[in-house]
Design a protein around this ligand. Structure first.
Ligand code: PEP
Ligand code: MG
Length: 578
């Protein structure tokens, strides 16, 4: 039966294909008594082999995206499944107690976990416990005859339907196998949506119940521009969707011709179009999409995709790789923005009632200076290899910026004494807290640049959690209150003679772009997938004419809808995204 699910339009484009449910199956184990021991032991060995072979595949994919070091954890998983002690203990229990293999395996794993708990080294203990859960789950799934989905095991293009998407789910994924994402949770600026956009994959998020409504293998059409999913579409609908996909591919090819161009409005005003990135594996995508700079490298993934704090040397290697590969382009690397919707399990943050208003970003860096210092040292050392800029997230007060800058200066002078070669580094801040936006003129006296983080700035200004789909309607980038804040920051920056960038999602939003150009924004940083479209759009705009649009939007508009209508009247043909 044809049904339609509604969600939030998170990443443009249409896709038609079969559903792959990326949902944890029921792995409940029941104790059974076994009569045919050979059969049971054989079943156990087959499950072990199948699990090892799957982990090998995941490892191969992960090596491509993360490098040999990043994929090392999978070698540890394989070693665990080949450990004669573990295998022997399961066999012994099956044989002695005549119980089913999955039951024996669960008991052996529980014993093993107890032993790990007795270890002194907490970090090691936690890592091994996570590894243990991972591998036991995989073998158990085989024994129970259920599928344990993993995006690294995909071999054909599918529509991935999942509860939510976290960075580690997609880190070793081959984008060519993913036609679209559909999630139960999330909003337009949640990390799953940002990921989808950076991979240029259509996505609908916040559907609430896609995972229970859509069956594995069902045909669906995902419309990431409108935010809906058609389940069991008619032949006609499928043909129309295929046609749309072909047109989109042709348009992408046309846009690709703009790759090596700079970005200039029709009347000759030049701006920088930059990419946001998360890991070194984004480098090819950044280059392919013609970015003139990187306006935001989020460093959280480096910390989140690891099971322990990355060392200074590990970070240095990655930052160096990024600035070197992208040189001479400027690359803005943001210090750790952990907390909020990005917890770091091994940091043992206290549960908070309001994580977005709690210990996150620069607050955590100032509270854990050893972590902050190690990141700054890694960044400073990498600065010799390219054009690096550093920025601090979530700055609310001048005092926070001054403290962070003082720590940076301290590490810089230590490295200078150690005669480590260092490049020239601009040090800036993100403006994403309304208090900082209101005081932008004062900040502008002390920072080298400002970058507007609208994802959080909108959330904090409208008092709406960016990950909560129930309040997603308040996520209004064109709301006059937001526009006034943005304009205020740009004006303050320019009055002090420093450049102002924007690295929130708003920077690549076609309704917002004419307004931002009219306000004089210097750099637009966005998911790489939006760069070429934005370059094309800016090339069609007259920056001078847009100043009167900005005046009217700032002074006469009272609602987002009024602003949208004004932009559409001033620039006919601009798409509405939300
Ligand atoms: C922002 O808040 O706009 C931003 C770019 O940072 P993040 O999305 O990582 O919080
Ligand atoms: Mg932010």
């Amino acid at each position: 039966m044809r049904t339609m699910l509604k969600g939030i339009a998170a990443s443009d484009g249409m896709a038609c294909g079969r559903v792959y449910r990326f949902v944890e199956p029921d792995l409940t184990i029941e104790k059974r008594s076994i009569t045919n021991l050979d059969y049971e032991l054989n079943r156990f060995h087959q499950a072990l082999e199948a699990a090892v072979s799957e982990i090998e595949t995941i490892k191969t994919r992960a090596t491509k995206t993360l490098g040999a070091d990043g994929a090392q954890v999978f070698s540890a998983h394989i070693a665990m499944l080949q450990d004669p002690e573990v295998i022997g203990a399961v066999e012994a229990q099956v044989t002695a107690e005549h119980v089913n293999a999955e039951f024996a395996l669960a008991n052996v794993a529980a014993d093993y976990e107890q032993q790990l708990k007795g270890l002194d080294n907490n970090t090691y203990m936690q890592e091994r416990t996570t590894d243990l859960h991972d591998v036991i789950k995989r073998v158990t799934a085989h024994l129970l005859g259920v599928k344990l989905p993993n995006l690294s095991l995909l071999t054909e293009p599918v529509v991935v339907v999942t509860h939510d998407l976290i960075p580690s789910d997609t880190v070793s994924v081959d984008a060519k196998y993913i036609l679209a994402f559909v999630t139960d949770l999330g909003g337009r600026t949640s990390h799953s949506s940002i990921l989808a956009r950076s991979l240029n994959i259509p996505a609908v998020v916040g559907t609430q119940d896609a995972t229970s409504q859509l069956a594995d293998g069902a045909t669906v059409i995902v419309n990431g521009t409108m935010g809906n999913v058609v389940n069991n579409p008619s032949q006609q609908e499928q043909a129309a969707a295929q046609q749309k996909m072909r047109e989109r591919a042709a348009n992408m090819r046309r846009l690709a011709t703009l790759r090596h161009h700079t970005t200039t409005s029709k009347d000759g005003v030049g701006v920088m179009l930059a990419a946001n990135m998360g890991t070194a594996s984004d480098i090819p995508n950044v280059l392919k999409n013609g970015a003139e700079a990187v306006g935001l490298m989020r460093t959280e993934f480096l910390y989140m995709d690891s099971e322990q704090l990355p060392t200074e040397d590990e970070q240095f290697a990655i930052y160096k790789q990024v600035v070197q590969a992208l040189a001479p382009r400027p690359v803005v690397i943001r210090t750790l923005d952990i907390g909020g919707d990005k917890p770091l399990p091994y940091l043992k943050q206290k549960p908070e009632a309001n994580p977005f208003l709690g210990a996150r970003a620069i607050r955590e860096s100032l509270a854990h200076q050893n972590i902050f210092r190690s990141q700054l040292r890694a960044l400073l050392r990498a600065s010799a290899y390219g054009n690096l800029r550093i920025m601090f997230p979530m700055i609310a007060t001048l005092d926070e910026f001054r403290q962070a800058k003082a720590i940076y200066d301290d590490e810089r002078s230590k490295l200078t004494t150690e005669e480590v070669p260092l490049g020239k580094i601009a040090v800036g801040m993100m403006v994403e807290v309304p208090a900082a936006a209101m005081l932008a003129d004062r900040f502008a006296q002390e920072v080298d640049f400002m970058s507007i983080g609208t994802n959080d700035l909108i959330g904090y200004t409208m008092a709406a959690d960016r990950t909560n789909q129930d309040v997603a309607y308040l996520y209004q980038p064109y709301h006059p209150a937001i526009l006034r804040l943005v304009d205020r920051i740009i004006t303050a920056g320019h009055a002090a003679g420093i450049p102002v960038a924007m690295c929130g999602e708003m920077a690549g939003d076609p309704i917002a772009v004419p307004l931002l150009l009219g306000m004089g924004l210097d750099e637009f940083s966005m998911g790489a997938g939006a760069i070429l479209k934005t370059r094309q759009l800016i090339g069609q705009l007259n920056a001078k004419d847009l100043q009167s649009l900005v005046e009217t939007a700032l002074n006469s508009a009272s609602t987002s809808q009024e602003v949208i209508t004004m932009v559409q009247a001033a620039v006919p043909g601009v798409l509405t995204q939300n």
